[in-house]
Design a protein around this ligand. Structure first.
Ligand SMILES: Cc1cc2nc3c(=O)[nH]c(=O)nc-3n(C[C@H](O)[C@H](O)[C@H](O)COP(=O)(O)O)c2cc1C
Length: 353
């Protein structure tokens, strides 16, 4: 037992990273039943789906699990920016034979809100994790009030201190190697972002709550390295992307298994916020960063039909192929096996704090 397993109630201080769009209840259940903390990402779920997925987890495991939400501020729709972005995308629509006037605008991802809290309260998960900071204080107090442990991602030392000051029970130190969205919320300056090996020990020194390392951890040796640097546990995403229980698309799985996965970049052309994915055609031709992209999450809508069109042609050229910098742990195997292999890393070294 260490500080983190005491807090979250699992056998291993290992969290399967919540990964919106590529997994549901099945992965969370498999990981929780294997002795780590399975996670359900809710950022892209309707209230109905969220409730159904939570019911599936409750039916599938009696072990602790984590439910994850984004907590960005929803931007006002900006017609001029949307039009400018569609101008950039117009040649791609034309090539794919899609009528640009038929592509609806829309949000794509919803922040944690009262309706989600109402559903969540009935399930009272052991852990609730947030990305992009924390929700409003009244919502945060509700979650803490029913007894869930609250954790959130920090990408800088300042963000870790901020999260501790606002009452999180543990901080996830998300290094720049990590796949998916950067959890950054006090800054949008990418030059502030550090690798896990630099960020983790400095956050460990800066806060007194347990620190969970995330980003680039793909095997037991990576787990042991994070623990040696003072982590109380690890959160691993990319290594679970090809497991049997993940719903990762065929084009995404295929890319993870090729040398293409050696080249990832931070891009915001898919959603409006920087996220790490395997470099593909749309990232090369429009970005990877492009000042015309609408604010998060409004950039999502315009890309959706291009993604659907090209995936139907077995191409991931317009898909967000989220991946961390180290995809070497991706295997077509049961999640329990991946969990067991990662957990070997806890036996190898000091148990963290
Ligand atoms: C496909 C994918 C989707 C992700 N979606 C989320 C999410 O919905 N919520 C979240 O908090 N983090 C999300 N993340 C980030 C993870 O929490 C974590 O920081 C990251 O996976 C750790 O680095 P690794 O991918 O190198 O293991 C996602 C990561 C990936 C790879």
């Amino acid at each position: 037992m260490n500080a983190l397993t005491q807090l979250i109630g699992t056998e291993h201080p290992l969290i399967q990273a919540p990964m919106a769009g590529v997994q549901g209840a099945a992965l969370a259940v498999a990981v929780s039943n294997a002795g780590a903390l399975g996670s359900l990402p809710c950022a892209m779920l309707t209230p109905e789906t969220m409730e159904q997925q939570l019911s599936a987890i409750a039916a599938g495991t009696s072990q602790p699990y984590n439910v994850n939400f984004f907590c960005h501020t929803q931007p006002e729709p900006d017609e001029a920016r949307e039009a400018a972005w569609r101008f950039w995308l117009a040649p791609f629509y034309e090539e794919a034979g899609i009528d640009i006037s038929n592509v609806p605008a829309g949000a794509g991802r919803v922040p944690f809100n009262r309706a989600a809290a109402d559903i969540l309260e009935r399930f009272r998960p052991k852990v609730v994790s947030f990305h992009f900071g924390l929700p409003d204080i009244d919502l945060l107090e509700r979650v803490k009030g029913w007894g869930s442990v609250v954790i959130s991602s920090a990408t800088t030392i300042e963000e870790a201190r901020w999260l501790e000051a606002f009452g999180v029970d543990a901080v996830i130190a998300q290094g720049i190697e990590a796949g998916g969205h950067r959890g950054m919320f006090l800054t949008d300056d990418l030059s502030t972002q550090m690798g896990t090996m630099a960020l983790l020990p400095q956050i460990v020194a800066a806060v007194s709550v347990p620190v969970i390392a995330a980003g680039g951890i793909a095997d037991a040796a990576g787990v042991a390295a994070a623990m040696a640097l003072g982590a109380s546990g690890v959160q691993v995403g990319t290594a679970y992307l090809c497991c049997h229980e993940a719903t990762t698309s065929p084009v995404h799985r295929a890319a993870l298994h090729t040398e293409a996965a050696h080249h990832t970049a931070l891009t915001h052309v898919f959603t409006g916020r920087p996220a790490r994915g395997i470099v593909n055609r749309v990232m090369r031709e429009l970005g990877p960063m492009n000042p015309a992209a609408p604010a998060f999450p409004l950039a999502t809508a315009a890309m959706a039909p291009l993604r659907a069109h090209w995936e139907a042609h077995a191409s991931g050229d317009f898909s967000p192929l989220w991946s961390g910098q180290n995809a070497s742990g991706c295997r077509e195997a049961p999640a329990a096996e991946i969990t067991r292999d990662l957990a070997q890393g806890f036996a190898a070294g000091p148990a963290g704090r």
